[in-house]
Ligand binder design. Sequence first.
Ligand code: AMP
Length: 286
Amino acid sequence: MIVFSKVADVQSRITELKRKYKTIGFIPTMGALHKGHVSLMKKAMMENDITVVSIFVNPAQFGPKEDFAHYPRPFDADCALLSEVGIQCLFHPSADDIYPNGFENATQVYVPNLSTLWCGKTRPQLFGGVCSVVCRLLNIVSPTKAYFGQKDFQQLVLIQRMVKDLHMPVQIISGDTIREIDGLACSSRNAYLTEAERKIAPALHKALQDCDKLFKSGVTNTPEILAKAKETHLNNTPIQLDYFTIVDPDTLAEVPIARKGCRVLIAGYLGTTRLIDNLGLGAIQK
Ligand code: AMP
């Protein structure tokens, strides 16, 4: 695996590959890699000649009181995992490479409306930071296809919108949410959970599954579905809900009556750890 830290170096490698008509798959990550990232890598490797992964903990998407400083950065373990998976190319830039004049002075990319809902309400800096960095990374790597997890459903919808609005010549591919055996969605932030919290955390997924079960049994009234799932799985836990909702999968607006394909979104705090998850309604569960 070749590790590129400079924008110009990765760009000249990509230019070389494109001259040979190679297709390029790209997975942007913040590192602390887990099974969710690996499933995106495997999908990309199946569908492209070359797969590029980036590791960049993007300061621009963290609020002042958030976990930027503490975000896990196990770089050596990540490199070992990437090599084991068979990734040929890692892009690992510094913040100065991505924002040479500092983020405050940098051109920013912002998707209106979608950015202010749900996670964007609680974390106002999040999606401006995400879109600003993903736009840059897509411009630098210029992949044929870029891969994003459904685990971060709002992010996926935003990036699809950004790419469409800016006429960016890349195909956005989504990957299924990968879970631990007890249903907890894999996340780099799960490492923050204490042993006791880790046992409670799967309640989020159980609540989502219950919503789907209720929907499949014929209950379609959104407040009723959410109240029942909350009562059964969340009320007696220390999870502090941020939001729990059923939304249209394109606009992310809450729907009063749930339909097949609508998305249940949930976010909450367990101790100081913020966890998010989501599920499509009416799909065949794997
Ligand atoms: P992150 O490193 O958390 O920024 O995530 C990088 C990419 O991996 C994003 O597209 C995420 O949506 C995706 N991802 C993170 N966790 C999972 C998961 N459990 N299953 C599938 N994809 C995931």
